[in-house]
Design a protein around this ligand. Structure first.
Ligand SMILES: Cc1cc2nc3c(=O)[nH]c(=O)nc-3n(C[C@H](O)[C@H](O)[C@H](O)COP(=O)(O)OP(=O)(O)OC[C@H]3O[C@@H](n4cnc5c(N)ncnc54)[C@H](O)[C@@H]3O)c2cc1C
Ligand code: SF4
Length: 551
């Protein structure tokens, strides 16, 4: 049987494009803090900074207003945000102590939950693992959370710039001094088209990278500064749908087992979003072994299972989306998450606890800590790495590091397959993470060989199940189809590799044509899965990509 080694076909990170050794020019917009990415991490950071500045002013500390900018690639806040989501509200309580819980941007409290082990036709209820208890938490749409946080940030004077993707860090020596956004209005050849707008430079005394999963700038900064980690970061791909339903869902559901093969890690979720809507999704670790595994298609099959089908029948697909999740946990955290003039927060740094599928409150809390470190550094008049190192100390002494440490080997155990991994994870829970005593080593996802096998045919019915073309339409993606491609294809992409990419990508961007690959780049929904396993993703014109409202 032939195999594909994804790493062999991957283009190198375009470091010279992502790290520009030119400090911002005199024309640059001047800010105190530039935050890249308006997700929960970036917005919590911006809000906290603005709150700290206001408090200092009220206390008569002679603090001038801070100029805070948040640059976001989505055309409007929340349009590139996707999560499950069941949210632990602890950071909301800290940031908004006077806002009652029913005024926070959540859909409903979790009142009941169940975990099932699935076979193709049956669902066996199993005891809820301790890491998966969600009592006291709330279901929510991350798009709605982000829009709400953005409004609160604007009220405090934060400058939000949606539609401004950052394509490069501007550096001077070892220090980050600001960013450069992508130009807009390029034609297919990469030359200026009729609506051309040149790139903008934004100078920042501190730049905060809050760009989320598989951030390009974070990857580039770490490679440039040689910031390693005990293990490489690994990822999962989540494909999710929001449905309007006739039958309300009364509990949070998670499943393990089918439709995944036993050598793949992952599971599904179905969450109630009020009486008429549900979120349903499937998350699969990108270290699976079968080159024909297709997460979008597995989700489509899964919806026909007797556990899910009764909820969806008679309902309507409202929205579809996809995104990767950093799954490496504690051992994949960068050795340092700070440098001269720069901080890494949220998913960009890898603050996700996989056994509980939680990242939102860790992202927000890391943003709060980054704001405190940045504020103190600005007040002290230095943005050197030594001043910003306070951020790492705050994270390392907090529940973020403690939670990730407790579950440090759980995801990694599953590289030995579902049953062995499940048994090991059970022992880890019983011993509070002390078993097996040492770090489980993990290769990067692209270093796992994939066995080439014929794909299982599947024909969607366009009622309960949908093709990738229909799915992308439901993501709201209306990217101009005349922009230059933003995906960098690597070497020796044969027909077999093209087939592999076509299965990896949930949005149907890649297609095998004879012995080569055809790339339909405008379909891309920025999930970053092929950045992990194949063609590199780079930032493109602002406002491109999905237009999620409910994800
Ligand atoms: C399928 C799925 C289910 C999940 N379920 C849960 C759950 O139930 N509960 C939970 O707590 N967590 C869950 N998570 C994890 C959680 O969503 C993340 O941990 C969280 O969103 C991370 O926040 P962030 O701000 O770091 O990154 P993000 O939310 O990804 O935000 C990053 C932002 O940066 C922007 N950006 C990226 N690059 C650039 C650039 N170059 N220029 C400008 N802007 C840029 C992006 O468009 C985005 O808006 C889930 C994740 C997925 C994918
Ligand atoms: S091409 Fe875009 S949508 Fe497809 S896997 Fe890569 S990042 Fe995701």
């Amino acid at each position: 049987m032939s195999t594909i080694l994804p790493l062999r076909h991957q283009a190198a990170l375009p470091l010279d494009r992502l790290i520009r050794h030119n400090p911002p020019s005199g024309e640059a917009l001047e800010m105190d803090v530039v935050i890249v990415g308006a997700g929960p991490a970036g917005l919590a950071c911006a809000l906290t900074l603005a709150q700290l500045a206001k408090r200092a002013q009220t206390a008569g500390e002679g603090m001038p207003d801070l100029n805070i900018a948040v640059l976001e690639k989505a055309g409007a806040l929340g349009e590139h945000s996707l999560s499950g989501a069941v949210v632990n509200p602890r950071v909301f309580r800290e940031l908004f102590p006077d806002v009652p819980v029913d005024a926070l941007p959540f859909r409903q409290p979790v009142t009941a939950e169940a975990v099932y082990l699935l076979s193709e036709r049956r669902a066996q209820k199993i005891p809820t693992p301790p890491t998966m208890h969600n009592a006291g938490f709330h279901t929510a749409s991350l798009c709605e959370i982000v829009r709400w946080l953005g409004e609160r940030a604007e009220e405090l004077g934060v400058n939000l710039f949606p539609g401004f993707p950052v394509e490069a860090l501007l550096v001077d020596g070892q220090a980050v001094r600001g960013v450069r956004t992508t130009p807009a209005g390029l034609d297919r050849t990469g030359g200026p088209g009729p609506s051309y707008q040149e790139a903008t430079e934004v100078a920042g005394r501190i730049t905060v990278l809050a760009e989320g999963t598989r951030g390009m700038l974070t990857q580039a900064w770490r490679e440039w500064q040689r910031v390693g980690a005990p293990n490489p970061q690994i990822f999962a791909l989540g494909v999710k749908e929001v449905w309007e339903v006739k039958q309300p869902l009364d509990r949070v559901i998670h499943t393990l087992g089918w439709p995944l093969p036993t050598d793949a890690f992952g599971g599904s979720f179905m969450y109630p979003l009020g009486p008429n809507q549900i979120a349903i999704g499937l998350v699969v670790g990108l270290d699976y072994h079968d080159a024909s595994l297709d997460v979008h298609q597995l989700l489509q099959r899964m919806k026909l299972h007797p556990l899910f089908r009764p909820y969806l029948e008679g309902g309507q697909l409202l929205e579809w989306g996809a995104k990767t999740i950093p799954e490496g946990g504690f051992y994949a955290l960068p050795q340092r998450r700070h440098g001269d003039g720069v901080l890494l927060i949220g998913d960009a740094a890898g603050f996700v606890d996989v056994p509980s599928l939680k990242g939102i409150h860790y992202a927000m809390q890391s943003g709060v800590f980054a704001a405190h470190a940045a504020f103190d550094a600005l007040k002290a008049g230095t943005t050197a790495a030594s001043a910003l190192a306070a951020y790492d100390r705050l994270v390392d002494g907090s529940f973020i590091a403690a939670d990730l440490h407790r579950t440090r080997n759980m995801r990694l155990a599953f590289k030995s397959g579902f049953w062995v991994g499940g048994a090991k994870a059970g022992l880890m829970t019983l011993t509070g993470g002390r078993f097996p005593g040492t770090k489980i080593d993990m290769p990067e996802d692209a270093a796992t060989p994939r066995a080439v096998a014929a794909a299982t045919p599947f024909t969607p019915d366009s009622v309960l199940t949908f093709s990738k073309v229909d799915a992308v339409f439901k993501s709201g993606n209306a990217t101009r189809d005349t922009i230059p491609t933003h995906l960098l294809i690597g070497p020796d992409v044969s027909g077999e590799v093209a087939d592999f990419y076509s299965h990896v990508c949930p949005a149907g961007v890649y297609e095998r044509v004879g012995d080569t690959v055809r790339v339909n780049a405008p379909n891309c929904v920025d999930c970053k899965a092929t950045d992990v396993l194949g063609p590199r993703w780079t930032p493109r014109e602002g406002g491109s990509g999905p237009k999620y409202r409910l994800m």
